[in-house]
Design a protein around this ligand. Sequence first.
Ligand SMILES: N[C@@H](CCC(=O)N[C@@H](CS)C(=O)NCC(=O)O)C(=O)O
Length: 277
Amino acid sequence: MASRPTSSKAQSKSGKAKARKPARAKAAVRKSAAKKPAKAAARAPAQKPIDLYYWSTPNGWKVTIMLEECGLPYNVIPVNISAGEQFKPDFLKISPNNRMPAIVDPNGPGGKPISVFESGAILQYLGRKTGKFYPADERGRVEVDQWLFWQMGGLGPMAGQANHFRHYAPEPLDYAINRYTDEVNRLFGVMNKRLADRAFLAGKYSIADMACIGWTNPWERLGQKLDDFPNLKRWREAIYARPAAKRGLAVRVANEPPRPNMQDPAVRAVLFNQRAR
Ligand SMILES: N[C@@H](CCC(=O)N[C@@H](CS)C(=O)NCC(=O)O)C(=O)O
């Protein structure tokens, strides 16, 4: 789904927009420098920024939230999906499914660069890399994985289809609108029930919550009433109360063009009815 929320915190640099250094990362540097002798601090290897191929949509926000939460430095590299930049050969080498987000971590395993596409795989990779928001113990990890895959296979695709048939279909198709609106309603209900006796989907705040939050943002466009899901509403407020999550959800590409006109034949030709190339 190509959505473009309202507030704008552009990060500038022509072509390659650089994200500001996360506040937590700055704080961590200050803290460790104060504790360690100057020589040891100077020897510590600098974390090179991760390149994030990004457009501001719910799938993109998953990764900006995680990067902000972990205090990892990153460069935002815009992929204007309405203009077809996801089909550029260099991008396809990183993300062969012509979808963003994708990352290139210059400090990958063995100190060598690694690229990762698919937002769920990126979240798991960053969770393993940092040891944050993705438990190392098997039971904790299974809890997170279940809800992460539930988002990847259910909430994301169903909400995407609901949005498409409710807002972008050339003619209104009641059957498709009802099918996907109902499915989103069912999925919101599953989440609401899960959150009745715990603060977050896997108990503690995790990459599963980061994967889901953006997909609950357009609840009205998806034909839902948030008041019907009080636990989901409380969970949303808890995530938005986290400064890093809020920053991640607000990341916009420098000079991001206005919301694409989905009625524009040129945009529709790029985004809809894609076939094997
Ligand atoms: N399963 C993928 C889905 C990513 C996805 O659908 N990205 C959309 C934007 S939200 C995209 O890049 N669309 C480009 C296109 O449709 O060509 C993931 O989670 O990373």
